[in-house]
Each structure stands twice: as C-alpha cells, then as structure tokens.
Ligand binder design. Structure first.
Ligand SMILES: Cc1ncc(COP(=O)(O)O)c(C=O)c1O
Length: 398
C-alpha cells in the first residue's frame, strides 16, 4: 500500500476503537426535547444539557420568528469592526441583571468565554493561575493560551489550594479558577472557602457557572446566588463569572459577567471578542426570551423535582452516582468497555444516554452521564428507571 502522510490517523482511530474510546455520534432527526427521533425511532433523551427544555420552547421559537424579519440573521463581523446590534446590548443588560453583576460581555460560546478571560488577564510569565484538576477543557485550554505559571490543585481541596496560593505568592497577578458545578460529576465547588482564600491571598476569583445557571440559586441565577442565599458567601467576593447560553438557556453562546472595569478591558483586549464574529441574531433573540421564561415560570423547580425523584430511585436500586449534587447524574461504571456496553443496551431499549470516558474523564472512571430535564414527565423518568434496572441487573452492576 502507498504510504500516506495521514497514516498516523488510521493508527490513532484504530487505537481509539481498540480502547473503547471511539465516539459514535447519533444523528437527531428533529428538534431537541424529552424524546428525540433517531434512526426513525423515538428515543428518550437522557444526555442533553437542555436542563429547562428551552431548546425548542414554543414561546422562544415564536419570538425568534416574529423578530427575524426585523433583525435578520448574521451579525456582519466582529462587533469592534461591524458595530454591535442593539440586541447584543439588550442581552448583556439582561444577563447582568440575572447574574447580579455590573456588566456582561457576550462571546460565541462558553468555551470562547474562558478563552477570553484567562489569557487576557494573565499575559506574563510573572502571573499565576491556580486551577482545580477537574476543571473543564475550555479552562485548561485557556490556561495553555495564557503566559502564566500554572498550579493545579486537587479537586475541590481547599488545603491544597492554599498551599498552591502560597507557592504562587509574589506573582504579579493571580487567578484562581474553578468550575462551579463540575460538568462530568455534578458536584458543587466549595466556593465560599475558595473565595475566602482568594481574599486572603489577593487573587482574582473566576468561576465557570456553565452548569449552575438555570439550575442553582433563586430562579436559577447560579452558584454565587446559591451560596449567598445560604448566607455563606457575599456576592462581591466572586470577581468574574463565566457563563454559557448553550445549556439551561437552550441556545448557543457564552458570556462573562463582572464589574464594569473588567468587561471594558475584555471588550478592548480579549481575542475571541476582537477576532471572531458576534453571536448570531436568532441566538441572541432566543437567549433574551429564555431569560424571561426562566424568571417567570416554574421550570427550575420542575428540574429539581425531576432530579430528586430520579436520583433517589437510582440510589435505591443500588447504582453508584458518584458525588453528584445537581441534575448531572453520572452512573459510575468505571470500565470503558462496560460503559460502552451499558449505553448500547440502553439505546436498544430506547433510552439515549451516552458513555463518557477518557479524556473527558480520567481513565478508569468511565460512566453513563445522565442529564435530567424539567421537560421529562414522571412517566419518562419511570421508563428510564425500568431500563436502567433491567440493564444494571443484566450486566451485574447492581
Ligand atoms: C464547565 C463548562 N464550561 C464551558 C463549557 C463550554 O460551553 P459551550 O458549549 O457554550 O462552549 C462547558 C460545556 O461543556 C462546560 O461544561
């Protein structure tokens, strides 16, 4: 056979398949919802981040349709060159109000929002970033793009964080960054303790609230509101919140909320803002409406009702749900091959929940990551529980 310069790809793909780490991506033949059409059949959706069911909410769809004639589709270019649509400003205002911050900057995704924050604020080897070992890939990549010295602390371990802060003492600028809710485990960062340490060591605190918005706190205002309502945190102790519109808001896009000074700086210097086009008009419209629905309905309460029911029943059956405290419900299976097999059998039983394995989680920590939504009915949850029980028994997991 003729040798090609891409032979290395064949080898890598073979390895992924041999190690049960190859991603098989399903084609969804319709909108997001509690049930999806896949391969011409209805499958119960147990893996999307559509926490509140807003990804195909009729009021949002209508609002976007009604406004498309007026505003069109595309943003034209980056905002600093082509100007900013007034809808972007309106969404930034609404997000600031929702999060209780002075100001907000929109980005094209949560991933880009992290890339906008860390490399922009830390641009010298004299700076330091101190990051939880389980932080999201976008934080890891943002750190790689910054010039700062890196310190990784053990997951949610505030003693280890303090020892890393001591090591970073004397740095020009310091950022401590953590996921608010950890995306693959569903546990909540000990933000009050982290914030206290940031005050003590004069570090900027950045929290990525991608899985807290629409989920935690009063009306889903997020992790900072959640801890401040409990009286454990004063909101001004958290300097910067990174957010996404791609999960509970049901759209796509990202944002950073903070004080006016930080947002002004990001609008002048953050490369994803300056060199990548703005959020599209339909996405912006949809997010504006999504905030109204979150604030004026009981979707967040319904999400928690469903979550508590499903998790209680799964635990009763004997499933290991790790340390989850939120609707992110990992069903821990540890072995990659077992997770693949479990997901395959679930799919045959019309439940769509995917296996998660390295590099998304550490090796030997494979799982099915189930995601509960406000739009699941009790019947949907019972359907899933029955299938989990059947397969759990068959594969001797419970
Ligand atoms: C903690 C965290 N941050 C950022 C992101 C990226 O968000 P987006 O999908 O909007 O790029 C995700 C999504 O997976 C996430 O879980």
């Amino acid at each position: 056979m003729v040798k090609s310069k891409f032979d290395f790809i064949d080898l890598e793909i073979q390895n992924l398949k041999a190690e049960d780490r190859y991603n098989y991506i399903r084609v969804i033949e319709g909108p997001q919802g509690a049930w999806l059409n896949i391969e011409g059949k209805k499958k119960l959706n147990f893996c999307s981040n559509n926490y509140l069911g807003l990804a195909n909410h009729p009021e949002i769809v209508n609002f976007v349709k009604e406004n498309l004639d007026k505003y069109g589709i595309g943003p034209g270019a980056v905002r600093s060159i082509a100007g900013t649509n007034l809808l972007h400003i309106e969404l930034e205002r609404k997000l600031s109000e929702f999060k209780g911050t002075q100001d907000t900057i929109l980005l094209q995704s949560g991933f880009n929002a992290n890339l906008a924050v860390i490399p922009t604020l830390l641009d010298s080897p004299e700076d330091a970033v101190i990051s939880d070992e389980l932080n999201h890939a976008s934080i890891i990549d943002a750190i790689r793009l910054s010039k700062a010295k890196r310190f990784i602390y053990k997951h949610s371990d505030v003693d280890d964080l303090e020892s890393k802060l001591k090591q970073a003492d004397g740095s020009r600028r310091k950022i401590v960054v953590t996921d608010g809710v950890f995306s693959m485990d569903g546990d909540i960062a000990p933000l009050p303790e982290i914030a206290k340490l940031c005050q003590k060591y004069e570090a900027i605190l950045v929290v990525d609230d991608a899985h807290g918005e629409g989920v935690l706190g009063e009306k889903g205002r997020g992790i900072v509101n959640y801890f401040s309502k409990k009286g454990e945190l004063s909101e001004d102790m958290v300097d910067i919140e990174v957010g996404t519109l791609s999960k509970a808001f049901g759209v796509v896009g990202g944002f950073v909320s903070s004080n006016k000074k930080v947002i002004e700086f990001l609008k002048q210097k953050a490369r994803p803002f300056l060199f990548s086009s703005a959020l599209t008009i339909p996405d912006t419209l949809a997010a504006i409406k999504a905030i109204d629905i979150i604030l004026n309905s009981n979707v967040v309460e319904k999400l928690w009702e469903n979550t508590n029911y499903f998790k209680t029943e799964m635990k009763k059956m004997g499933f290991d749900l790790g340390n989850s405290q939120t609707p992110i419900t990992p069903v821990m299976l540890y072995k990659e091959s077992l997770a693949q097999e479990f997901a395959k059998l679930l799919f045959e039983e019309d439940v769509f929940a995917v296996p998660i394995f390295y590099p998304t989680v550490p090796k030997g920590k494979a799982r099915i990551r189930t995601m509960i939504s406000a739009i699941h009915t009790k019947e949907d949850l019972d359907f899933a529980l029955e299938k989990f029980y059947k397969i759990g028994k068959k594969l001797a997991v419970i």
